[in-house]
Each structure stands twice: as structure tokens, then as C-alpha cells.
Design a binder for this molecule. Sequence first.
Ligand code: NAD
Length: 259
Amino acid sequence: MLDLTGKNALVTGIANNKSIAWGIAQQLHKAGANLGVTYLPDDKGRFEKKVAELVEPLQPSLFLPLDVQDGAQVDALFAAIQEKWGKLDILIHCLAFANKDDLTGEFSSTSRAGFTLALEVSAYSLISLSHGAKALMTEGGSIITLSYLGGVKVIPNYNVMGIAKAALEMNVRYLASELGPHNIRVNGISAGPIRTLASSAVGGILDMIKHVEASAPLRRTVTQTEVGNTAAFLSSDLSSGITGQILYVDSGYEIMGMA
Ligand code: NAD
């Protein structure tokens, strides 16, 4: 039985009710976890208000700003967790960013700044958040990130984000190796294409979804809830022997050689 009662779970990356992180937060809550939620701060406070209203029914006991490019915010986040919870059990890293210009057209046109930005936000952030989590996962823990097939195979327009996801997946392996002796597991979920704010920036995402619906073994793409259920499994003791893995939740699309 999947039971996360008594577990403290930090969920990053909720922007709206289409976010994969929202699907994950709902499933962790359903399994009994105590939630902490972060939002990306902006000048007008729009995300804060929107995310606060959305997550209110899940009654998170922590609600904090997090821009992963701001080291002081990362430090403040873990200081707040230490003070309020004392320990952390689950970290959901469910965020990424690249300039829209870098998610369409010629890959060789990627700028130095665009490359650095995408890699910092989408891949380095798993390292910095895991560093903070390690100190607080005193009773072991589970760290989960979100990847995509474009990190291992060429997908039209995914471009620089594919490089970021390749780095992210390798981060999972290095972190799993380091943190395993502390009974902290690190895994990734490689989700099939889902319409969200982030994916709408990738050129041709709707065509990609149609392609998956036509050719994946299950003849459909996946939902935020299905990804959330897998995240709940990877957060729980039911997956206690699994670390360093990238689990595909993609209706089976990844196995196809000629889709
Ligand atoms: P989303 O737009 O709902 O979520 C992306 C989140 O990243 C947002 O909440 C945003 O606030 C956050 N973010 C961006 N820059 C940030 C920063 N500097 N600091 C902190 N947070 C920041 O889109 P999503 O599709 O739910 O994306 C979540 C994760 O899932 C991403 O890693 C994405 O690459 C991955 N993923 C998405 C799909 C898909 O098809 N939607 C498929 C596979 C993997």
C-alpha cells in the first residue's frame, strides 16, 4: 500500500493547473504526505497569487519563493524547511527553462547565453537543490526529477533543452551514486509530451502529441496524474530498491524503433 503519511515533501515547479508538478503534488497529498510548495517569484506577484490559490486545498505547510538562479533563495528555502520541519523526505524537481528562440529552428544557432541559461536552470538546479536536501534527508529520502526523450534522442525543435536533459539524466546517476550510502535515492521520470506552459514554448509540440497518439503502443499520450502516480511510487518505500534510474512514463513510445 502506497502510504506517505509522516513524510515531508517539497514540490517545485507548479505554475498552474496544467503543470506536471501539480499532478505530482495532488498524488503525494492523496498518499498522505505533508507538502511544501515553491513558486517562481515575479515582479507583479502573479505566480505567487495563482499558485497559492491552486494549492490551497492541499494545505501545504510551507509556501515559499524559489528562483533556482538565485542562490540566496535556495539557501532560504532549506533554512525554512530546517526550521519548520526539521527533516525532508521527498524532493520533487519539476522545472526547466530555455529561451523560446532556442526551442525552434537550427540547433547550431544556439547562443552562448541561451545555452548557459538552459543548462543552469534545467540541469544545474538539480545539483544545488540536492545539495540542500542531502543535509535535511537525515532519515533517507527520495529525489525525483523530470526528463524527456529529447535528452537521449533527437526530437525536432527540442534543441538546447535536449542537451540540458542529457546533463540532467547524468546528474541523476552521479547524485544517486553519492547519496545512496545515505539511503537517499535519486531517480528521473521521462514523461511523454503533455500540453503545459513550458511545453508550449517548444516548436511543434501539438504535432508531437498527435504523433505519439498515433504511434505509441498505448495510442495516447500520458496525463499529469499518471506522472504523479509514478512520482508517488518513486517517493515511497514500494520503490526502495530503485535508484539512479530514468523511468519512462510515455505510453511506451520510447521502445518504438520506427514509429
Ligand atoms: P510548467 O511550465 O508547468 O512547469 C515549469 C516550471 O518551471 C514552472 O513552474 C516555472 O515556474 C518553473 N521555472 C522556470 N524557471 C525557473 C527558475 N528559474 N526557478 C524556479 N522555477 C522555474 O511545465 P511542465 O511541462 O509541467 O514542466 C515541468 C518539468 O517537466 C520540466 O522539467 C519539463 O522539462 C518536464 N517535462 C515536460 C514534458 C511536457 O511535455 N510537458 C515532458 C517531459 C518532461
